[in-house]
Design a protein around this ligand. Sequence first.
Ligand code: NAD
Length: 452
Amino acid sequence: MDLVNPATEEIITSVAMASVPETDLAVRRARRAFDGWRRVSPGDRARLLRRFAELVDDHAGELAGLEVAEAGHPVAQARWEAGNLRDVLHYYSAAPERLTGRQIPVPGGLDVTFHEPLGVVGLIVPWNFPMPILGWGLAPALAAGNTVIVKPAEATPLTALRVGELALEAGLPADVVTVLPGEGPVVGRRLAEHPDVAKIAFTGSTRVGRELMAACAAGVKRLTLELGGKSANIVFADADLEKAAATAPGAVFDNAGQDCCARSRILVQRPAYDRFMELLEPAVQAVAVGDPLDEGTQVGPLITGAHRARVAGYVPDGPLVAIRGRAPSGKGFWYPPTVLAGDGVTDLPAWREEVFGPVAVVVPFEDEADAVRIANDTPYGLSGSIWTRDVGRAFRMSRAVEAGNLSVNSHSSVRFWTPFGGFKQSGLGRELGPDALAAFTDTKNVFVSTEE
Ligand code: NAD
């Protein structure tokens, strides 16, 4: 498959897509490698993961360059992404020596639990954050003693392929990490159906997540899903409006809106609505969309021409386009940051559906109950933000909004040492933080009799 640079439309290179027999061969080898990898002592596994993290750090510039070329990410963001992969590997390198079970009081003996690795994990990764999402699955899976087959997205396999080489260079045994570029319905589907794959960790669209859940059902295969979102940014009239408006564009337009956590529904309490829109306009105009290689660029192009056409289809002509930012013209899949608002805006598909592009919708609300009703009126539940100076309200809202990751007076929802995942149709299970290890292990209970 030809890989295209989204900022220049030039072909970078081409990559061979794996077939079903090649997938089966990779699974056989990963299954064999599992028997050895699970027996590597916790200290040695930790050391190998630390060395792997350090190699990623040594190659951060190179990895960032690949991400810029294949995904069009701004170079500063791409460096952050390589750093995130390094940090997640470091964080989980502490896990093998701390994966402790419990000792539970029972009569007549000793009862202990173990967190056993599952076996071969199939890790299916999307194109929007290829390096971080790879790390979020790879690091805890390896730390817990599993072997991993990574299926990167069709458009963005290059960083994953390089990371696979670095794993070997770090000293991880052969076939502990396998990177298998391929098409979703071929390689991804086969991993979900293969009897020797113990678990699928999937990040991507809710549609494919649903299909994989059905495919995994036949073998009662373990599955975690990180899916789509339509998150709310809720701004109360008592909030720091300047800060809320200054940060709202980044919360939805970063990564050109190709972010599962994008706060694409902005809810503003009615008395503050006009002022908020006044403040939002210059903030949207100031978003620097442009050449990913320029250090000052905040937002790059969309991933493909087809995706840009899909995004553009969500934006009507006419007065509902309240604010339109700037984007380059000419080669590249550019789309300007766009804000929709006004009477009838909630009838637009952009209000309900995940656009996965730089399009936000602003609506007014009356009070807390109204904000909760609007925020929860979606099948998704991934993230969201609440802006208020009233601490009681901040907690009432945080408990009432149905989403897995909320932030108050900020937009940060992903830290590698705290749990991340979705409510409702945004996902199943949790990644990152202390919780992720549970998703890559099964608990075994052992009773030892002490009777004479
Ligand atoms: P996608 O579902 O089309 O593809 C994701 C991955 O699944 C790719 O590797 C693809 O090749 C593979 N795939 C596609 N069809 C498959 C099939 N039938 N069987 C097995 N695998 C298959 O999603 P995308 O367009 O690459 O990514 C965008 C979506 O990902 C958005 O909906 C976004 O919200 C979601 N996302 C969620 C999170 C999260 O953490 N919740 C993070 C990033 C992206």
